[in-house]
Design a protein around this ligand. Sequence first.
Ligand SMILES: NC(=O)c1ccc[n+]([C@@H]2O[C@H](COP(=O)([O-])OP(=O)(O)OC[C@H]3O[C@@H](n4cnc5c(N)ncnc54)[C@H](OP(=O)(O)O)[C@@H]3O)[C@@H](O)[C@H]2O)c1
Length: 269
Amino acid sequence: MPGSIDRKRIGSDTISSIGLGTYGIKNYSKAFEAYVYGLTNGIDHVDTAEMYDMGRAEEFVGEVIKHVGRDGVFITTKMLPNRLDDREKIVRTAQESLRRLGVSYVDLYLIHWPNERLSITQQVQNFEVLIDKGLTRYIGVSNFSLNQLKEAVYGAKKTPIVALQVHYSVLNRVEVEEQLLPFCMSQKITLQAYTPIERGSVKDNPCIKAVSERTGKTPIQVSLNYLISHENVVAIPKAERIEHVKELIGAMGWRIPEAQMNYLKKCLQ
Ligand SMILES: NC(=O)c1ccc[n+]([C@@H]2O[C@H](COP(=O)([O-])OP(=O)(O)OC[C@H]3O[C@@H](n4cnc5c(N)ncnc54)[C@H](OP(=O)(O)O)[C@@H]3O)[C@@H](O)[C@H]2O)c1
């Protein structure tokens, strides 16, 4: 299990710094073994969406949860923006997701990306119906700009926005770190970094490889450790191969030394 440096606050819970994404799974039976391994060896949250494989990814998470147990797994799912204009539609959509997941509630429900036809305030207030109905414990947003995030945070009436999920990796960091991260810190919002290893391609970057050689950690682990060394950041890489999941777990429980961190930032400029 990761030590306290890799337990991160989300709402009033704590979760491991690394979670598992579920977009683009190819071999579900192989993936089952990998996710069960992850969720019983130090990873305790999983990210999915109604959109992924047209609901199949949520069903897959349901199968894994049935095996490892609901308690102790923090489940995030996401709703498509075109549901957000009508509260009944939101509730019906969530009930379908929960049925696929085989659970009575999720821990975190995200707006997958903003609905451009509706004010942010209106869509967030509609989305809050999920809290009223007990279908989720927390709500958050994904793919929101800083201004959209601010409107969501200030527009939420009944419950705070606890999470922002965006593309954040060591190779895609400047905008996130300059704009989103400071606001998230100030509002106690957890930032969930998606595509955090750039689909595996971070391992070929010479700057990351150099830090890997100096720290004795793999380039994937260095790349993830860079992200989770920020206090309010968790990363949600996807891995359906068990050897990959083992490598992801090894990204937790240590920190890149300051000198290597400085070298990495300079080298990547
Ligand atoms: N909110 C949004 O709009 C949004 C958008 C994109 C993604 N997401 C979420 O974020 C998750 C992660 O993002 P992503 O799937 O786009 O990209 P990613 O996590 O950066 O990359 C996934 C790829 O990396 C490979 N991989 C995993 N561990 C590895 C390792 N140790 N060594 C080498 N390769 C490794 C995986 O291979 P194997 O699977 O073969 O093991 C898979 O092909 C998604 O699954 C999804 O849940 C959210």
